[in-house]
Design a protein around this ligand. Structure first.
Ligand code: CP
Ligand code: NVA
Length: 309
């Protein structure tokens, strides 16, 4: 039975902890995993631009001995040429997995429904699961016990936020989400996250008040304008005034670290000096995209692989 990764909403705490442990193992022993995907091919089908996700999948798959074919659905004029479900069924004739970045989650569901190989969500309108793996891998490299970690996400309630919530509470973290009015996270994801928190011991707090971030060890933000959102910058700046992550906010909250999935907008949602400063985990997150995704690929495509040394 193939396993897709469209979101982490039904992954148990144990499965998530094991995935982070596998990512650490692969990161620490790349030579041992050099043939994990030998002879396997992955198609990356992207409807939106990407720097980190595209390159980290391509290089990561290469390091595992596999091969990636990149398809930009916009510039190759694939979009609208045939039904998504026919595309999925065709790609699965040659590929061993499909990694896809799409505008709407239902496109991933159609691909997953028609492709007989695993489909991995490389970002959609609701989730960014691969980012969340890299982020909690990064946090776990600084804190031994995730159940003692308070992560405050500040800014636009979006795909990145949703995945941080769903994964974070299952790992036992306290996730605090602070957004201005009108930019709240999806209530359905709040409900799902609360159910997971009750099951696994994490906690979710939702607020519009920046003081809710006090005492968090980690502050996290993302762009105020996700891909496809053409709200004018001036308007968005007004809406988010007071929700920026600045040096002053790091002081007030007492946070140890700052995170951002990138692409980041210097001196908008986050001060440029913080991106470059000692409290920044941004490049560690970026590096961990590859290790986290490699763990996902090994888990879905080569579960029984024995590392070589
Ligand atoms: N964080 C992230 O997904 O970056 P890209 O959009 O560059 O892939
Ligand atoms: N929320 C952002 C994440 C980019 C990695 C977007 O969807 O554009």
């Amino acid at each position: 039975m193939k396993q897709d990764l469209l979101s982490f909403k039904d992954w148990t705490a144990d499965q998530l902890h094991n995935l982070l442990a596998l990512a650490t193992t692969i990161k620490n022993n790349p030579a041992g995993y050099r043939t994990a995907l030998e002879g396997l091919s992955v198609v990356a089908l992207f409807e939106k631009p990407s720097l980190r996700t595209r390159v980290s999948f391509d290089i990561g798959i290469n390091k595992l001995g596999g091969h990636m074919v990149y398809l930009d659905s916009q510039s190759n004029k694939l979009a609208g040429r045939e039904d998504v479900k026919d595309m999925g069924a065709n790609l699965a004739c040659w590929a061993d997995a499909i990694v896809s970045r799409v505008f709407t989650h239902s496109t991933l569901e159609q691909l997953a429904g028609s492709a007989k190989v695993p489909v991995i969500n490389a970002l959609c309108d609701i989730y960014h699961p691969c980012q969340a793996v890299a982020d909690y891998l990064t946090i776990s490299e600084h804190y031994d016990d995730l159940s003692k970690v308070k992560l405050a996400y500040i800014g636009d309630g979006n795909n990145v936020t949703h995945s941080l919530m769903l994964v974070g509470v299952a790992l036992g973290c306290e996730v605090i989400v602070i957004t201005p009015k009108g930019h709240e996270v999806d209530p359905k994801i709040v409900e799902l996250t609360e159910a997971r928190a009750a099951l696994y011991g994490g906690k979710l707090t939702i607020s519009t008040d920046m003081s809710a971030a006090n005492g968090a060890q980690v502050l996290y933000t993302d762009t105020w304008l996700s891909m496809g959102d053409d709200t004018p910058l001036a308007e968005i700046k007004d809406t988010f005034a007071g929700y920026e992550i600045t040096e002053a906010l790091m002081e007030t909250t007492g946070a140890d670290y700052v995170m951002h999935c990138q692409p980041a907008h210097r001196d908008l949602e986050i001060s440029g000096s913080l991106i470059d400063g000692e409290k920044s985990l941004l490049m560690q997150q970026a590096e961990n995209r590859m290790h986290g995704q490699n763990a996902i690929l090994v888990e879905l495509l080569a579960k029984d692989f024995e590392p070589r040394n």
